[in-house]
Design a protein around this ligand. Structure first.
Ligand SMILES: Nc1ncnc2c1ncn2[C@@H]1O[C@H](COP(=O)(O)OP(=O)(O)OP(=O)(O)O)[C@@H](O)[C@H]1O
Length: 281
């Protein structure tokens, strides 16, 4: 290899690794809503870098602006100042490279499980044959264990199953970024734990980058690589980012036996309930 080729190869590797480091960049973002009482600053100077393939959880008191922030990443809402970059491109509108999953599932009640997923696949891959699209739907329903429920309507399945459909639908269109807004908030504890484990499995297999809002510190410590802790609004920002060091694949019992788990948990609780306590608390 010539010296020039070697230099080019090294530069290329550096570029690739920089692209992975700066997969998602939230750069000096703030959000101000006009209200009858005057401008209301919800978020002030938010800066965050997310690596490709990272699992990020976002925590903060109700109303601090977590959904507002994720809506700016999804493209449904625009920053007043600053830019959100995805792979070097500014986000200006929603796109199939970013899929959102909400607490309330958002399934179409008149379509069965299969067709709820098919509709999304069809709208994003109109050029694929029907057979290919049906295969994608089947693959993703199987991934969340819903092959048997394909013909059922949303009203005929449980909350956990509905959330599995929503996750399958989001992943079926192969997003680069999966955005989850309190996805397990409405589920009972056992279903929630099952779905957390499935989500981790899917995340590691699909190598998708995840941004997830949660109110549950234990959930964040089990799932995330980093826990982004937001200060209270108005003019909320990122107070601290906690690195979660547990090795993967994660085992809930082993994590809970680790003294570091309780250190991190107490640290996050202290941040939320002492350093960022609501005045009325
Ligand atoms: N269109 C709007 N106009 C004015 N204020 C708004 C608008 N949308 C949201 N807000 C305000 O912005 C703040 C942040 O709302 P947001 O839903 O992002 O908070 P959150 O942290 O996700 O809350 P929760 O945890 O309760 O879901 C709230 O005070 C909310 O009332």
């Amino acid at each position: 290899m010539t010296a020039l080729n070697f230099k080019n190869k090294t530069q290329n590797q550096q570029l690739q690794s920089q692209k992975k480091e700066d997969f998602l960049v939230i750069d000096g973002v703030n959000k101000i809503y006009p209200t009858a009482e005057g401008p209301y600053t919800v978020l002030d100077d938010i800066n965050l870098k997310v690596r490709e393939g990272e699992f990020i959880c976002l925590i903060g008191h109700s109303g601090c602006g977590k959904s507002t922030l994720l809506n700016m990443v999804s493209g449904f809402n625009k920053p007043t100042n600053g830019v959100v970059w995805l792979q070097g491109q500014p986000i200006t509108e929603p796109g199939p490279d970013r899929m959102m999953v909400f607490q309330n599932y958002c399934l179409l009640p008149w379509l069965n499980v299969f067709d709820n997923v098919y509709l999304a696949v069809d709208s994003v891959f109109p050029r694929k044959s029907q057979a290919e699209k049906r295969a994608i739907v089947r693959e993703h329903l199987a991934m969340v264990g819903l092959t048997e429920a394909a013909e059922k309507k949303p009203s005929q399945i449980s909350g956990g199953m509905k959330q599995r459909v929503a996750i399958a639908r989001a992943l079926a269109i192969r997003p680069q970024l999966l955005i989850l807004d309190e996805p397990f908030g409405a589920l009972d504890a056992i279903t929630k734990e099952e779905l957390q484990e499935e989500l981790l499995q899917i995340w590691s297999e699909h190598q998708v980058t995840v941004l997830m809002i949660t109110h549950d510190i234990d959930e964040a410590l089990f799932l995330a690589d980093k826990l982004v802790m937001m200060t209270n609004g108005p003019a909320a920002n990122i107070g601290e980012v906690l690195e979660i060091p547990f090795s993967r694949p994660r085992n809930r019992r082993r994590i809970m036996e680790n003294p570091e788990y309780y250190n991190l948990r107490n640290y996050a609780l202290d941040f939320l309930y002492r350093r960022c306590a609501h005045l009325e608390e």
